[in-house]
Design a binder for this molecule. Sequence first.
Ligand SMILES: CC(=O)SCCNC(=O)CCNC(=O)[C@H](O)C(C)(C)COP(=O)(O)OP(=O)(O)OC[C@H]1O[C@@H](n2cnc3c(N)ncnc32)[C@H](O)[C@@H]1OP(=O)(O)O
Length: 395
Amino acid sequence: MEIRPTTGEEFDVFVDTMHAAFAQFRDTGATTWSALEMDRGLFATTEDGRPVGTAAAYSFELTLPGEAVIPVSGVTAVGVLPTHRRQGALSAMMRRQLADFRARGEFLSVLLAAEAVIYRRFGYGPATVTERLTVQRNRAAFALPQAVGGSIELLRRAECGEIMEEVYDRYRRVQPGALSRPSRWWASGAGQPPVSRSPRYVAVHRDADGVPDGYASYSLNEPDTLIVDETIAVDDTAGTALARFLLEHDLIAQVVFKHCPPDHPLRWRLVDLRAARTSDETDWLWVRLLDIPRALTARGWFADGELVLDVDDPALGEHGRHLLTVRDGEADCVPTDREPDLSLDVSDLGSIYLGGTAPSTLVRAGRIRAHRPGAAVLADALFRAERSPHCLHWF
Ligand SMILES: CC(=O)SCCNC(=O)CCNC(=O)[C@H](O)C(C)(C)COP(=O)(O)OP(=O)(O)OC[C@H]1O[C@@H](n2cnc3c(N)ncnc32)[C@H](O)[C@@H]1OP(=O)(O)O
């Protein structure tokens, strides 16, 4: 199996090969893949040059705990034809990608996994979850009065201009785990609603000065259910105002908020906590550390302490022992030969890195080994983020 880069002229054959791996047919009118960066695509080919496998990467920015924003490669469009599976095509493309990402100077890569069993072997760990929140409208009284100031305007998706792009960009810079949505996504309508041009109503919230600071993209799905693709708000005032607006919609029995982080405050805003139910929790963003000291010193920290991490990286054939010292929100990370506090696989470091999974949970699961009492508790305090990391961008 040969691995080679794709060219811009190969967009159609790339998308067709990928669709065949998923046993899907391409909707020629759809713009789902129009943000693909064809100079970052790979083909796995047979000896006679026929493409049988695909992989690509998007250039994103990721927000880390502490509002650090870093460049990351987002792995996407991975597929191998059913006739050529389990012959190492994906493994070869992954090896090539990881080397390419390092050559770009990046220290983190991310992806959304089609199946949870594929990517740990390549060093990726599930780092954020997302869930549905379904609220019964007739029980959705709010505990506190509506904040004064601000307004809501109702637009169609096609009328939004650059409002959504601007609001999303402000939101993602303060939300750990959020990815940028480069302008080419919005310009081409790539991906899923509301970035795609599918018809939607969009409630735009403006602050007291008239500046847009939140939006909710929604449609009527079943006879009495509003489905909200996403509610994006720069702050909680805008988020609450949008939730109120949606929950006051006439002729609606329930509102389904499709993408919520586990610590979403909406339930706590209601008089009746049980009016809201969570469901469909799923892992979303998977994280892969490519340079552990750089990654650990790049994020913000919210407690002081010192930990020795012994990290195994079988996919890259690497192993390192790191002394992590955190003081006043910043970390130092240097090689050490001190006895480790925690031993872990790089994929598990990916899972705890954004603060979405407590290290102690992975100790209890047997994935991380804690070598002294108190090490897991300290790791929990250190790795926690200012809020649950959350990503709702599909790619
Ligand atoms: C980020 C994204 O784009 S997610 C989308 C992923 N794509 C899909 O799910 C499309 C349908 N599936 C496929 O195209 C293929 O099965 C792929 C891409 C998942 C795997 O490609 P392959 O070329 O068969 O993988 P490869 O031969 O390199 O396998 C490497 C190892 O992973 C294992 N593996 C690969 N896929 C799977 C799977 N779906 N389930 C369990 N194990 C798997 C293999 O058994 C092998 O294990 P081993 O090293 O112990 O022998």
